[in-house]
Design a protein around this ligand. Structure first.
Ligand code: HEC
Ligand code: HEC
Length: 295
């Protein structure tokens, strides 16, 4: 806070406190008041407005809040730049709490430092720790049971966009992933789009289009899709391009869903956790994700 704003706040606080005390002093202690005093306002001919002093206990509460204000401003920050006699700050308190938590829980994670990820996935304690982290950092997107939602992959099934090895999962969580499915509607044209959608459906045995359409669709697929999804549509983990022949669908399985994503494309992102979570914690999460698949 600059000197000017500090002085500004101090002036405001002083005016406020002194003003409140003045109000208390002036308007609550009028001498010689009695219950019979009225303001002179009369309604309905005989209802008079009384003008009584505040009850004493009420007045005392006001004085106490005024004293509390002064006490608070002496002890805690709030009076311009003045830090309070104990120099307390919420930043320091936060830092202390984080340090205390690190001291308390750091060891728990560090205990698994030398353990392989596959062994951690079989260790009940590691999995329990991982589940706590998962519920905090991952469940909003992947669901509390890890089964995902449209656009957010299921971590429990055996379909993996980016690879199921412990190393691949660790990379995914630490560095994040960005998947880009280009919009191909314009390149394919209306007929080409219909053919390629039928061919894609046929990869999971779900098309009843005639042979000619499927063959045309396959040509289009080899030309426009196979570079990422592979010649048989089996997917490519280096690019995060899903297998189109299985029954796991990230963006929906119907002809309309497949048509929509081919026409309009899609960008999808798994946010990197490296800056949010220590390496110990990321390893614990990898163990948890692996454990989801073993059960
Ligand atoms: C903001 C939402 C969001 C959060 C939070 C999030 N993820 Fe993801 N995650 C995604 C999306 C979206 C993808 C898919 C990216 C893509 O399409 O390639 C993904 C992909 C993944 C994958 C790859 C799945 C595969 O098939 O290869 C793993 C593993 C994963 N996330 C684990 C986690 C873990 C563990 C956490 C918690 C630390 C987490 N995610 C937090 C959105 C999220
Ligand atoms: C540049 C690489 C690339 C090309 C070319 C490409 N795709 Fe994709 N496709 C992807 C990626 C990456 C994803 C995953 C998007 C995501 O994670 O949200 C994807 C997702 C999809 C999906 C959704 C799968 C699901 O599980 O929901 C369909 C369907 C699809 N592509 C069909 C096609 C078809 C048909 C073509 C050709 C006309 C094609 N793609 C061309 C990279 C590509």
């Amino acid at each position: 806070m600059s000197g000017f704003w500090s002085a500004f706040v101090i002036v405001l606080v002083v005016v406020q406190v002194v003003g409140s005390l003045w109000l208390l002093q002036t308007f609550t202690r009028a001498k010689g008041m009695s219950d019979a005093d009225t303001t002179g306002h009369v309604w309905d001919g005989d209802v008079e407005e009384g003008n009584n002093p505040l009850p004493r206990w009420w007045l005392i509460l006001f004085w106490l809040t005024a004293f509390w204000t002064v006490f608070y401003l002496v002890v805690y920050p709030g009076f311009g730049d003045f830090a309070g006699v104990f120099g307390w700050s919420q930043y320091d308190q936060y830092e202390e709490e984080v340090a205390a938590a690190e001291e308390r829980y750091g060891d728990i994670y560090a205990a698994f430092a030398g353990v392989s990820l596959t062994d951690m996935a079989k260790n009940e304690d590691a999995v329990r720790l991982g589940r706590n982290l998962y519920l905090n950092y991952c469940a909003t997107c992947h669901g509390s049971d890890g089964r995902g939602a449209r656009g957010f992959p299921n971590l429990v099934d055996d379909a993996w966009q980016w690879g199921s090895s412990p190393e691949a999962i660790q990379m995914t969580i630490a560095n994040g992933r960005i998947a880009v499915m280009p919009a191909l509607g314009a390149a394919l044209g209306e007929d080409g789009l219909n053919q390629v959608v039928e061919y894609t459906l046929s990869l999971s045995g779900r098309s009843d289009a005639d042979e000619a359409t499927l063959q045309a669709g396959q040509q289009k697929f080899l030309q426009f899709c196979s570079a990422c999804h592979g010649p048989q549509g089996q997917g490519m983990q280096a690019l995060g391009a899903p297998n189109l022949g299985d029954d796991a669908w990230l963006h929906g399985s119907t002809a309309a869903d497949i048509r929509d994503i081919t026409l309009n494309g899609r960008q999808n992102q798994m946010p990197a956790q490296r800056d949010l979570l220590s390496e110990d914690r990321i390893r614990t999460l990898v163990a948890y994700v692996l454990s989801l698949n073993e059960s």
